[in-house]
Design a protein around this ligand. Structure first.
Ligand SMILES: Nc1ncnc2c1ncn2[C@@H]1O[C@H](COP(=O)(O)OP(=O)(O)OP(=O)(O)O)[C@@H](O)[C@H]1O
Ligand SMILES: [Mg+2]
Length: 225
């Protein structure tokens, strides 16, 4: 039995219009990711990795071609539909953590549940459980400036998984971390993958990419072998 792919890109291009100049950031990309895969996307700066991630993550739409995520054609959804698909299915982790400033770790992690209409008591319980799982049970009330970079990234991962997403998208999650903290983050992603989550990880770092079960290489907006 073959499962339905979590991600399908079919001849997807994304061209940014800059006045009279067209910037082809993604050119005719076709690929699938199956449930439970851990895929690394590798390529030089400007090769279109984040552009592809934004399309997979329903933060942006293709200029042409078809994209489906979790069995839903993105083209069939309006912006609210996209936001719902995102909130239900996808957890995001970014290089720069993107935590809310002056906001405690537990409140940061609980925020995505607020958008899902989960009540405060359950939000706090689930946010605490996610932070404990990531080894931050003694940092619940710390604000981002009171945490190290590696701890901030673990808070961001807790926030990404608190909604129990089936797909985790991580764009250079180790980019700002020293090698030890980076290894911890990759170990966490592998653990999440082992419990059934599909992971797509963007990285410049070949050692990090080697941890994934499959690598996709990008150059000048195209997938190369
Ligand atoms: N909003 C935008 N408007 C115009 N051009 C853009 C925009 N975003 C990205 N680009 C261009 O698209 C190309 C791909 O950018 P992208 O951010 O996807 O690269 P990347 O592979 O993620 O690079 P990096 O490793 O530096 O993060 C680049 O040439 C970039 O200048
Ligand atoms: Mg990028």
């Amino acid at each position: 039995m073959t499962a339905e792919p979590v991600i399908t890109l079919d001849h997807v291009s994304r061209i940014y219009s800059m006045g009279r100049l067209d910037v082809p950031a993604l050119v005719d990309v076709s690929m699938t990711v199956q449930p439970g895969e851990f895929v690394a996307i590798v390529g030089p700066s400007g090769s279109g990795k984040s552009t592809m991630m934004n399309i997979i993550g329903c933060l942006d739409r293709p200029t042409s071609g078809d994209c489906s995520v979790a069995g839903t054609y993105v083209d069939d959804l309006d912006d609210d539909g996209l936001a719902r698909l995102r909130s239900r299915t996808i957890g995001f982790v970014f290089q720069s953590y993107n935590l809310l400033p002056r906001t405690s770790a537990i409140e940061n992690v609980a925020t995505p549940l607020l958008y899902q209409g989960v009540g405060r008591k359950e939000r706090m319980a689930r946010a605490k459980a996610a932070l404990v799982r990531l080894g931050l049970g003694d940092r619940l009330d710390h604000e981002p400036t009171e945490l190290s970079g590696g701890q901030q990234q673990r808070v961001a991962i807790a926030r990404a998984i608190v909604t129990e997403p089936s797909l985790i998208l991580a764009d250079e999650p180790t980019g700002n971390l020293d090698s030890h903290a980076g290894e911890e983050v990759i170990a966490l992603l592998r653990e999440l993958n082992a419990t059934g989550r599909t992971i797509v990880l963007i990285t410049h770092d070949n050692d990090v990419a080697a941890m994934a079960s499959r690598q996709m290489h990008m150059r000048d907006g195209r997938l190369v072998a």
